[in-house]
Design a protein around this ligand. Structure first.
Ligand code: KMH
Ligand code: ZN
Length: 310
């Protein structure tokens, strides 16, 4: 019998959705981001999806100077693949958003495959007191946000980053984004194997349930045949259940405090590593093996950790 392919765990360490008030575990200083990323890698994450934050107040940052300190530490302490977000702001231009990836030339970066309403304003009602001034308006203001990723934006991003051989984590928030990706793949903008991240449960995107996942996967099979690898991230309480389902369907998984602050329904996770350890334990109990960073490099055809600029 053929061996089951290994499962890649990505850990998205801090993101730009949650705010410091929502969990004491959410890392935002350079040291906290580095320490939690390294611990997540030690727990079994072979890819680290990284955003930066202002180290004083935890506000999301896309300034390369807020990436440098933790990138250097992560590189010294782990062999994990670094994936830098190009979606760290719902209001900045595409050139501003890709600046960190252009600067540091990581092995991977995110690539958001369509424009959508992207809102988490519903979280605001849960908190009466906020740790920092910016948080309440930021969370409430997402009700009016359009996350802009036009065809032109995506083309500009991929053409700017192409000379650096960065593999994209294509963020697919709904089924139409698969068709966007297909059209752009056919134009020669991306290199196979492409890596799809099915993003489920964001307000503005597809809901997080198994039927939707099967539909997305079937559509991807139809469009991309054997030219793609895939993973699932589900927001909030669906995170670990849908990750386990994905792993049983032959997909890879993404966890991390970027997309869910919880370890189980109603209980905050104490760290990113705790979520990685939990999903790893379950998927191994169900018969899968977790990919090492070098195995992830092979599965996704990455350029190698020695060809980055940090
Ligand atoms: N937090 C995800 C829902 C990006 O960084 O480019 C979206 C995301 C986008 O990870
Ligand atoms: Zn992200």
């Amino acid at each position: 019998m053929a061996r089951k392919p290994k499962t890649i765990i990505t850990c998205a360490v801090t993101g730009a959705i949650h705010t410091p008030t929502m969990s004491d575990a959410l890392p935002y200083t350079y040291d906290q981001i580095a320490e939690q990323a390294i611990a997540a890698a030690e727990a079994g994450a072979s890819i680290l999806h990284l955003h930066a934050r202002n180290p004083e107040n935890g506000a999301p940052s896309i300034d390369p100077k807020d990436f440098s300190p933790f990138l250097a530490r992560i590189k010294q302490s782990t062999d994990a693949v670094v994936n830098i977000s190009t979606g760290g702001s719902l209001t900045a231009t595409i050139q501003e958003r890709i600046n960190p990836a252009k600067t540091f030339k990581p092995e991977m970066c995110s690539m958001n495959m369509g424009s959508l309403n992207f809102s988490f304003h519903g979280l605001a009602a849960r908190y009466k007191e906020w740790k920092f001034d910016w948080e309440k308006a930021y969370v409430e203001g997402s009700e009016g946000n359009i996350f802009r990723n036009t065809f032109k934006d995506i083309k500009e991003a991929s053409e700017t980053l192409a000379p650096d051989a960065i593999k994209f984590e294509h963020e697919i928030y709904d089924v139409g984004h698969l068709y966007n990706l297909k059209a752009m793949l056919d134009q020669g903008l991306f290199t196979a194997p492409i890596f799809l991240q099915f993003v489920m449960g964001i307000m503005g995107g597809i809901g997080a349930d198994v039927e939707n996942l099967v539909f997305m996967k079937r559509t991807a099979d139809k469009l991309f045949g054997d030219q793609y690898r895939w993973s699932v991230l589900a927001a909030g309480a669906a995170q670990i259940p849908l990750a386990v389902t994905a792993s049983q369907m032959g997909g890879h998984v993404r966890v991390g405090l970027e997309d869910s602050l919880f370890i189980t329904r109603g209980e905050l996770a104490e760290s990113n590593a705790a979520q990685v350890a939990k999903v790893r334990r379950i998927i191994e109990e169900f018969g899968n093996q977790v990919a090492s960073p070098d195995e992830a490099r092979e599965i996704l055809a990455l350029k190698g950790g020695d060809r980055v600029n940090f």
